[in-house]
Design a binder for this molecule. Structure first.
Ligand code: GAL
Length: 432
């Protein structure tokens, strides 16, 4: 079945934005949250605290590249790195929540387009940045359906920096050959892939490397996508697919089987540790978003020789999408610094430098594909032609509370504290 290209699972705007978001720029002295910095941006000086989870490794290299462009464009503004380590924002999002609750926001923070952003919008924590879109001519720079995901009630709440693909397998061709497998082989379905995973197991290597809970949720979402298909997967987020149904049970059985092929130290690793096992030849395959390509490149690995990649079996033709974006929080101490950061994030120069280092593709549609790696060129082509679905683990498909519930249920299951039926019941409850 061919499904037409579309973004699915769009979370509609909600009423809570009736909270008064005063147009506060230049008005910081009247703001109780003002910690003295707001007016300091005048005359081009000042600072900007940028809150991300790009704290180390290839992710930090991506941030560094963006900061390089920012500093060139804004020599008078001091960049303050507010990054908090932990893949996919596993620690950052909790800390951010406490800072927002305590009226101590950073000047700008990273948030995923889609449901995660809607959470912050509905809580009245973000300023409308539509004026900046007009000023910088950004409305036409990004795909219209992406701008939709950043918009609620006609207001736009962040500037996207990139687009990542979540449903990618990374593999070590040498390990495959040693297991008697053809590195050029493609696997139509998870069942086909299981045969290859068995061969690697028989050869004494880890068939599939995996890391801590959020990467397990990431694997789970790709298994749901493979087994249910794009439409029914998207239906998980709009209520049209039954989480208690037999199709989901079958997908959970496949997930259980896949987890059985993984390394036992998984809960002690973040994503770079699992990717490293593939680089080092300890493991054959890893399922990870395409930020992994930046880690391979950082390690000097060569595509085709040292590593190969393909869509998660059963998901070819589907692009499991997520986008990072940057916000202007209500009460940001340095709104002018934040706006300067958003301008860099939205610029063609900023997007090119950042994405070359990050492994993602630019959100802007006017950059030059030739500037990007071979993998990224395949992602650019796929994004243009595939069916687009929303990533669960990376904030596009479901609100943070739902994701947290799914993560808790997943962790219980993979650590042996629940059986498959309980896991499914807990997923039903988490999605509510
Ligand atoms: C995602 C984020 C990516 C990458 C990844 C691993 O949530 O969107 O940019 O950083 O986490 O940390």
């Amino acid at each position: 079945m061919r499904i037409h290209r579309k973004f699915t699972g769009l979370v509609a705007g909600a009423a809570a934005v009736s909270l008064l978001l005063a147009a506060c720029s230049g008005n910081d002295s009247a703001n109780d949250n003002d910690n003295g910095g707001g007016g300091g941006d005048a005359a081009g000086g000042g600072e900007v605290e940028v809150f991300t989870w790009w704290a180390a490794g290839s992710e930090k290299l991506g941030l560094d590249a963006l900061v390089g462009v920012f500093e060139e464009q804004n020599p008078d503004i001091t960049f303050i790195n507010g990054s908090v380590a932990g893949g996919a924002g596993s620690a950052a999002k909790d800390l951010l929540q406490s800072r927002l609750q305590a009226n101590d926001p950073p000047d700008t923070f990273q948030a995923h387009a889609g449901a995660e952003l809607t959470d912050y919008i509905n809580a009245g924590q973000l300023e409308d940045v539509s004026d900046l879109y007009d000023e910088l001519d950004l409305r036409d720079a990004f795909p219209a359906d992406l701008v939709d995901r950043l918009t609620v009630d006609g207001k736009i709440y962040s500037v996207p920096s990139n687009i990542h693909r979540a449903n990618v397998v990374w593999a070590n061709p040498t390990v495959l050959e040693e297991a008697g497998l053809d590195p050029a082989a493609t696997y139509e379905s998870l069942d086909d892939w299981f045969v290859a995973l068995d061969a690697v197991e028989a050869a004494g290597k880890t068939p599939l490397s995996l890391a801590t809970t959020w990467t397990q949720v990431h694997l789970l979402e790709t298994v749901l996508l493979a087994d249910l298909g794009a439409d029914a997967y998207s239906g998980l987020w709009d209520g049209s697919t039954d989480w208690a149904g037999a199709e989901v049970t079958a997908a959970l059985e496949d997930f259980q089987k896949l987890v059985g092929y993984t390394n036992t130290d998984r809960d002690g690793l973040d994503w770079p540790g699992a990717t490293q096992q593939v680089m080092d030849g300890q493991a054959a395959f890893n399922v990870m978003g395409d930020w992994a390509v930046a880690a391979f490149e950082e390690a000097g690995k060569v595509a085709g020789t040292d590593y190969i990649y393909f869509p998660v079996p059963g998901t070819d033709g589907v692009f499991d999408f997520l986008a990072d974006s940057f916000t202007l929080p209500v009460g940001a101490p340095h709104p002018d610094g934040a706006k300067a950061w958003l301008a860099t994030v939205g610029s063609a120069e900023g997007q090119t430098a950042f994405n070359m280092a990050k492994g993602s593709i630019p959100a802007r549609t006017d950059t030059n594909p030739a500037d990007f790696s071979e993998y990224q060129q395949t992602a650019i082509a796929s994004f243009a032609q595939d069916t687009i679905v929303s990533s669960l683990a990376h904030g596009a498909a479901a609100p943070i509370a739902t994701l947290n519930g799914i993560a808790d249920a997943t962790s219980k299951f993979t650590t042996g504290a629940s059986d498959l039926a309980t896991f499914q019941d807990e997923l039903v409850a988490a999605v509510g």
